[in-house]
Design a protein. Structure first.
Length: 553
């Protein structure tokens, strides 16, 4: 529709078309003038390529890395963690206070829904010392603030509540998890070593203010009782260790001793003491065991030693190894890659060589994506090169075309660094897309140069003529690609953070590679292919020989 209005169908070009043609002609003349002056100076192109590769290497180290950008999904969770062993009423009172402090956001309409739940989970494994809150924000079009603002407000409003720990987490974009982004697994031979190493890491990591809500999953807060049997004394009094074990099992727990059959059904006979007689450690001291020698009842307090201590409610393992997981949220502007690198440095500098590290949740996803990104990128380069080699029947021409890829990558990474974005799974997808987009411009120039050489045109003249005639298609395709990325950059609402990253990578990469490709490809073609024959010279020679043979016959 737009073309029918702007272009005249009567055969004569419209004023708009004529003005565009004049503009492109002036641009082509200036481009060819500049290209002809630098065509014999390949060192300039080599310096540009070297600078671009060095810049890309530096940017890869400087740009923050994470698995996915913090995306405003309209929902976040409030995790409430109280001391182990507290009552349900204790947690409920604190949750009601948290709800009271957050209710103003609901009254103003910023919170569409605020749900507080205690305990945080259901079922047999429910922990009544924990709670959970679910906050559903209003629609993006209502003018509310970003989700990070409300998460920081939750932290600020609950900072003076010493009875519980309160922190906010966002639902992960992949996997749907609600864990903190930092999931750093510390492995070791024994839990005693792990607790010592954990305390060292926690103390050092607390100095990093960018790690928020630092916590771990090994809390020695569950009361435990250890019984030590004095075997020499028990043997002297005629009491075996088995008798002591059976007595404690029967009186402090329950023991199945036999079965009986009644009316065709078999029933277990279970011995146990009354509940009132096994409430405190003192009840063990009031238990007696019979001596096998004198048949006298001997107090267990004469044969055992009771030691009370605190231990974790669960003994976690990861990959079959004893492990403790450290977890934390990240401050604004602090990436997951920086956090994990910081913790890895602490392990290397503060802990012995026996300490091993691993990752869970979002941290594991980040590490996996980082490791596979380079493999996928290298595979994309190899596949593109092989396809071009098959198309041009040469290894030199595809190599010239692939020189445009570092230019595009550097342009994309530079934009990420300038605008403070991160290198994540979305920007990695954009970088892989740029491989094909960058190669496209080189293909247009190299292919047309080969065609002109096949027609008998002189080498340098073919380079200049092909570059000039391909200037307009290259610019037009680059502009359309760049304009296609603009809506991604200007978008808002759900998923805007991820679209912004992809749009920025594509827009900046296309513009940079288009500018440099117009000079790099012709100059490198002149350098590497000036002593080569026409790509179809062998075919022409074979056809000439065949024609001569037919005439002789």
């Amino acid at each position: 529709m737009l073309a029918s209005k702007l272009l005249d169908s009567g055969g004569e070009s419209s004023k708009f078309t004529q003005s565009m043609d004049k503009g492109f002609n002036r641009l082509r003349d200036a481009y060819l003038n500049l290209l002809s002056k630098n065509l014999g100076k390949p060192w300039i192109a080599l310096v540009i390529i070297a600078v671009m590769v060095a810049s890309a290497s530096w940017l890869l180290r400087e740009i923050p890395q994470e698995y996915s950008p913090k995306e405003d999904r309209g929902v976040f969770y409030i995790m409430i963690k109280g001391p182990v062993g507290v009552s349900y009423e204790y947690v409920r009172e604190h949750m009601e206070e948290i709800e009271r402090r957050l209710m103003p956001f609901t009254e103003t309409g910023e919170f569409q829904r605020l749900l507080m739940r205690a305990p945080g989970s259901f079922g047999a494994t429910a922990d009544y010392s924990n709670g959970r809150g679910i906050v559903v924000l209003s629609h993006w079009n209502t003018g509310r603030k970003p989700i990070t603002f409300y998460m920081n407000e939750v932290k600020r409003l609950t900072a003076d509540m010493p009875g519980v720990r309160v922190f906010s987490v966002m639902r992960q974009a992949f996997g749907g998890g609600e864990a903190k982004p930092v999931q750093f697994v510390l492995g070791g031979p024994t839990y005693e070593d792990l607790t010592q190493w954990r305390d060292i890491l926690m103390a050092k990591a607390a100095e990093n203010k960018n790690l928020i809500g630092l916590d771990h999953d090994y809390d020695e807060t569950k009361p435990q009782i250890a019984l030590t049997i004095n075997r020499d004394r028990a043997d002297a009094m005629g009491v075996s260790v088995t008798d002591i074990n059976h007595t404690l099992e029967t009186l402090m727990g329950s023991r199945r001793v036999t079965t009986f059959i009644d009316r065709g059904k078999e029933y277990d006979v279970i011995l146990e003491s009354e509940k009132a007689l096994k409430q405190t450690p003192d009840d063990i001291n009031n238990t007696y065991v019979r001596s096998s020698r004198s048949s006298a009842l001997i107090p267990l307090s004469n044969l055992i030693t009771i030691h009370e201590f605190a231990d974790s409610s669960t003994l976690n393992r990861f990959n079959r190894q004893r492990a403790i997981t450290l977890e934390a949220n990240l401050a604004e502007g602090y990436s997951l890659g920086e956090a994990l690198a910081y913790l890895e440095g602490l392990v290397r500098s503060e802990l012995p060589s026996g300490a091993s590290i691993d990752y869970k949740g979002p941290s594991q996803d980040f590490k996996n994506s980082s490791n596979t990104m380079y493999l996928v990128f290298a595979l994309a380069l190899v596949v593109t090169f092989l396809v071009l080699a098959a198309q041009f029947e040469s290894f030199v021409h595809p190599l010239i075309i692939m020189l445009t890829v570092p230019l595009a990558i550097t342009g994309a990474l530079g934009a990420l660094w300038i605008f403070g974005m991160s290198l994540n799974i979305y920007s990695q997808i954009g970088l892989i897309i740029l491989i094909g987009i960058a190669a496209k411009n080189g293909i247009l120039i190299v292919e047309f140069i080969n065609q002109l050489r096949d027609q008998g045109m002189e080498f340098k003249e073919a380079i200049l003529d092909a570059s000039g005639k391909r200037l307009r298609p290259i610019i037009m395709t680059a502009l359309t690609t760049a304009m296609g990325a603009v809506p991604l950059i200007l978008s808002s609402g759900a998923g805007a953070e991820t679209r912004l990253v992809i749009g920025t990578v594509i827009l900046s990469g296309v513009m940079v590679t288009t500018f440099f490709t117009l000079f790099i490809v012709p100059v490198m073609y002149q350098m590497w292919c000036r002593n080569t024959s026409s790509p179809l010279a062998n075919s022409h020679k074979l056809e000439t020989e065949l024609e001569a043979h037919k005439e002789q016959v």
